[in-house]
Design a protein around this ligand. Structure first.
Ligand SMILES: Cc1cc2nc3c(=O)[nH]c(=O)nc-3n(C[C@H](O)[C@H](O)[C@H](O)COP(=O)(O)O)c2cc1C
Length: 395
């Protein structure tokens, strides 16, 4: 940990540095949510409203955060969520994130919409890594991406289902994100010369490395247009059978917020589920994930591993998620801000912060390992949690 990262003690600290380092439209792309950003903020608020148990006189001298995450061993029950265009955060951002995840011994999930290709990322990965995909209209592209991920060593596919159509993200509209270089953007790039040279020019984000074999476009505007045309709004559960035929590894369905959909995902053959509202970037005003999680955990009832993301900002939030019924969490913006703040080293520092916080919270809650957390969940998990008008939630 370099001295500058050592002083970044919280999610807010990393976010502040990320904001200062990135051009405004790039920061807004990562930071923003859909609509009025109600769900974006509610995700964080819902975790903040959960009360942890304080238990004393328990032997916590050997507290460990070690866990199993969808079949992969991990130093803690956490993985880096797929974040599109991670190569805009720092030079070759996805590669730096994959290296950091390896060093912290947690899985990295590569978004199909990445600047670094599957092959470039796989070359640095020393541990199991996951690959995320949306259904695209061009099924040949989907099949080819799956083949490339498998040939490159990924054995866990995260298939995202909450993006039938992209959410309405007002910050991106105001910033004309997909309109090429505007005077306002140019001015903000020039005000961030370090980013401009190191990432914008040397990092070559305009090549859209992973999807380059399928796209003619060489500009953000052209690429954005292609991507928008590729999202397939006609996908339904039977399409999972086709996907299953293309993928021999584990299948994780990401983007579930309703118990009925969780049951259908299991029926369709999901090996695991991620409770997610896409970090508040899709349908604004849907429930925060910490509120939706307990009912889904009850519906799944241990039949498959259950992960959750959205608003996880600290090790305390990881413990809360586990107590609410999850087996692990994904973090999105937390690693994105760290990547912008200082690349691989800062992501390692951020993950060390999460692990220290989780270990400390577990010890002070009298829960020396993940099995003890699972045993402590008191069914029904949702006692009090679904009552959104409560100012706080006790587990
Ligand atoms: C800038 C950005 C890009 C994202 N891109 C993807 C993506 O390509 N695929 C995907 O499944 N989810 C994507 N997500 C959603 C994340 O995987 C995750 O669900 C979300 O960030 C969790 O919320 P959090 O940021 O509050 O941790 C993205 C999120 C952000 C913030």
């Amino acid at each position: 940990m370099t001295p500058s990262h050592a002083r970044l003690a919280s999610h807010a600290d990393f976010r502040r540095v990320a904001r200062s380092r990135l051009p405004a439209s790039i920061f807004d792309y990562f930071d923003g949510g859909a609509g009025d950003e109600i769900t974006l903020h509610a995700n964080e608020a819902a975790f903040a409203a959960v009360h942890l148990p304080q238990r004393v006189m328990v032997d916590v001298s050997t507290t460990t955060t070690a866990s199993d995450l969808v079949g992969d061993p991990a130093a803690m029950p956490l993985a880096l969520a797929p974040v599109g265009f991670g190569g805009l955060l720092c030079r070759r951002g996805e590669v730096q994130a994959a290296r950091a995840a390896d060093r912290a011994k947690v899985p990295f999930c590569l978004s199909a919409n990445s600047i670094c290709s599957i092959e470039e990322t796989a070359r640095v990965a020393r541990r199991p890594w996951w690959f995320q995909l949306y259904m695209m209209r061009d099924r040949d592209v989907v099949a080819d991406l799956l083949r490339r991920a498998w040939d490159s060593g990924s054995r866990t596919l995260v298939f995202t289902v909450d993006l039938a159509t992209p959410g309405i993200r007002r910050r991106d509209i105001r910033n004309e994100l997909f309109r090429g270089t505007t005077p306002a953007k140019l001015a903000s790039y020039i005000c961030h010369p370090r980013w401009l040279v190191d990432v914008g020019l040397r990092g070559m984000p305009h090549t859209f490395g992973n999807l380059a074999p399928y796209v003619e476009a060489r500009s953000l505007a052209g690429f954005g247009g292609w991507l928008l045309r590729q999202f397939d709004a006609a996908v339904t559960w039977p399409d999972i059978a086709w996907l299953r035929g293309q993928w021999r590894g584990r299948l994780v369905i990401k983007g579930i917020l309703d118990s009925r959909d969780a049951a259908m995902a299991l029926d369709a053959g999901a090996d695991a589920i991620v409770v997610s509202n896409h970090g508040g970037r899709q349908l604004d005003s849907v429930a925060p994930t910490a509120v939706a999680l307990p009912a889904i955990a009850r519906a799944v009832d241990g039949r498959a591993p259950l992960l959750v993301d959205g608003g996880v900002r600290s090790g305390h939030d990881v413990l809360k998620a586990l107590l609410l019924g999850a087996d692990g969490v994904l973090i999105g913006r937390a690693w994105a801000y760290a990547a912008a703040a200082g690349g691989e080293a800062a992501i390692v520092a951020m993950l060390a912060r999460f692990q220290t916080e989780l270990r400390t919270a577990m010890a002070l809650a009298g829960l020396p390992n993940v099995d003890a957390i699972r045993a402590m969940r008191r069914p029904p998990f949702d006692s009090g949690v679904m009552a959104c008008d409560k100012s706080s939630i006790d587990i």
